[in-house]
Ligand binder design. Structure first.
Ligand SMILES: [Fe+2]
Ligand SMILES: [Fe+2]
Length: 363
């Protein structure tokens, strides 16, 4: 099978030069002769050459202007352009190369030199294309593999989170709802340009997925406390507080196997710090203000909002407005003031997300 010839556009106002050039190249290339820069653009609207030979010295639109116009149009930027010149002026050549021409060929043509240069430049272009294709394929493969791993990780995680939750029917849907709220808060945070340095290195997808483990430590809380339908006594509550530390311990055990996982570092922070309070009265560490990692400060808002709007055997659910007011009242006391402001900006989305989970839109 014979391969299609590469197409070369030869642009020159000098008819003799067009005829000569065509004569030299016609055996090996599909040569299209074009008498001006303006006509080149009409031609490009219909067919795409693999390379353009462009005369510098032309009336109306000279070679430099033609190249500038080509460069301004993204669809033509990767067509290599070689300037043809009868001026042997190096300053002009530099100008042309700076504009993006790949080479200069001087007229009158030396047939073997012209053919050799064309061959070389077309080879470079096809190698570049191959490299780009290869890179794209590689990226697709990496993406597909990463997605498989992430899907697996996420489904294992969902199972663990559901296991924890299935022991504790009272708070059903809490894990899914808090993940949604966290995602809303994070979007708001990014839009408002807050804590940009802190979240710069985050894989936000991992961060959100890892939130499903924030209460994983509840697996170590005895049934008589976890499933108690009444309010907890102070002693029981103290024991319940340990779910944060148990969670950290469980995640640390997994981290021993995969110490590099940023997913697990997020999970550890969310599990360990989601009950800390801005004023230092939270647990388990009693950290204050910015000493509480950002993930913990974010999770605190998501977690408390959900506890407020949820029914418990000993309390009725608060409405969205009441819950939002309570969070706002905790600005700078229980919650990071900046994050409370983000909450204020996106609170209506919390209400929607809660509704969707309640109606089982998210499985
Ligand atoms: Fe918790
Ligand atoms: Fe929670």
């Amino acid at each position: 099978m014979e391969f299609a010839k590469k197409r070369v556009a030869l642009v020159d106002d000098d008819i003799t030069s067009l005829a000569l050039g065509k004569g030299i190249m016609a055996d090996q290339y599909d040569v299209v002769t074009i008498p001006s820069g303006e006509k080149l653009f009409q031609f490009l609207g219909r067919v795409r050459p693999d390379l353009i030979l462009l005369d510098v010295d032309m009336p109306v639109m000279n070679g430099y202007e033609t190249l500038k116009k080509l460069n301004a149009q993204p669809e033509y930027q990767d067509i290599p352009v070689i300037f043809l010149t009868s001026m042997s002026d190096t300053a002009n050549e530099i100008e042309g190369l700076n504009l993006g021409a790949v080479d200069y060929i001087s007229k009158p043509f030396s047939p073997p030199l012209l053919l050799k240069r064309l061959e070389l430049h077309l080879k470079v272009v096809s190698q570049q294309r191959e490299l780009i294709n290869y890179n794209n394929n590689l990226q697709e493969m990496v993406k597909a593999r990463t997605k498989t791993i992430l899907d697996m990780q996420n489904s294992v995680l969902k199972i663990v989170a559901n296991l924890v939750e299935s022991r504790d029917e009272i708070t059903g849907g809490h894990v899914e709802r808090t993940r949604r709220y966290l995602s809303i808060l994070l979007d708001g945070l990014v839009k408002m340009g807050l804590y940009t340095n802190e979240i710069e290195g985050w894989n936000q997808e991992f961060f959100l997925q890892s939130s499903q483990l924030h209460d994983v430590g509840k697996i170590s809380i005895p049934d008589k406390i976890l499933l108690k339908p009444d309010r907890l006594t102070p002693e029981e509550f103290n024991e319940m507080k340990n779910h944060t530390l148990f969670g950290v311990r469980i995640i640390e055990a997994i981290q021993k196997e995969t110490p590099e996982s940023s997913f697990l570092s997020h999970a550890k922070i969310l599990a360990g710090y989601h009950h800390e309070k801005w004023d230092g009265t939270g647990y388990p560490y009693g950290l204050k203000g910015l000493d509480i990692p950002l993930g913990g400060r974010l999770m605190a808002i998501a977690d408390v909002y959900d506890a407020l709007i949820s029914a418990r055997p000993y309390k009725k659910p608060f409405t969205h407005e009441e819950a939002a007011q309570i969070i706002i009242g905790g600005r700078g006391v229980q919650f990071d003031p900046d994050l409370t402001d983000v909450f204020i900006a996106v609170a209506h989305l919390f209400d929607q997300a809660a509704g969707k989970v309640r109606k089982g839109v998210f499985s």
